[in-house]
Design a binder for this molecule. Sequence first.
Ligand code: DDH
Length: 287
Amino acid sequence: MGGKTGDFEAVRQDIIKLLHQPEYDDGSAGPVLVRLAWHSAGTYDAETDTGGSNGAGMRYEAEGGDPANAGLQHARVFLEPVKSKHPWITYADLWTLAGVVAIKEMGGPEIPWLGGRTDYVDDSKLPPRGRLPDGAKGADHLRWIFYRMGFNDQEIVALSGAHNLGRCHSDRSGFEGQWVNNPTRFSNQYFRLMLSMQWKKKTLKNGVEQFVNYDEDSGTELMMLPTDIALTQDKAFIKYVELYARDKEAFFAAFTKVFAKLIELGITRDADGNITNSDNELGGYHA
Ligand code: DDH
């Protein structure tokens, strides 16, 4: 049965239904859906006004085949039945909506979301590869990547809090493991563990370096990327790591704002929320 055009609430409900995936990772499609939303938007370059979630370019090899996007085909496959049931929704809207629905369902904040993105890909505006961050790098790289999108230091730290969710897979990024004990529950645990635990550098069998903490009591090993640890080694960043570690509400408020900004990069709207810079015949639906 097909959904009614513009019925984003029905789409939301169908996304909620697919989150439970007992055979996949930690039993939830949520984390990889959040990553899909972020990578669809995180190619944005403010100076040239290229990249961003509009266009859903990851469907095509030029962007989808970027090694930084390895593994995100799982997220796109999870969403395919929703697209088939509601064919009127654009992939660009579906991917960003799935991210905000997943965050909410995993105990995170409700992030404002507006529809109206187009699936039209303007070849002259295709983002080159290399626009997404490299976890092996440090604070300079984080600023280089995120300033380009138009974020500041506080926003970089808040966005990084998404690593409360999910895990690294050696066959996708080369890194391995999860940041927190419960990777399907959105919280500020990532910041708390970052400060409270001893993180030791470990070289994996594939030669990739990451940081780990092994807890003898529970027998679990948690991990941090070099870019995560960089947040504790930089004067400007660590202030916000400390704030979000001690104040969950402050983190949720900051994350709400910054994730909403992320999925709107490159999109301009009129006062009614209609997108003014895309050729989408559907226009701007509110959800
Ligand atoms: Fe991330 N991320 N991310 N990340 N990310 C990975 C997984 C997940 C970086 C690298 C990696 C954000 C920022 C950064 C999520 C959300 C967000 C993995 C592991 C790497 C590597 C991939 C794999 O092997 O499957 C780096 C570097 C940065 C940075 O420089 C700040 C941001 C901003 C977000 C966001 O959503 C706002 C999520 C969720 C995952 C877990 C995915 C999964 O499959 O589980």
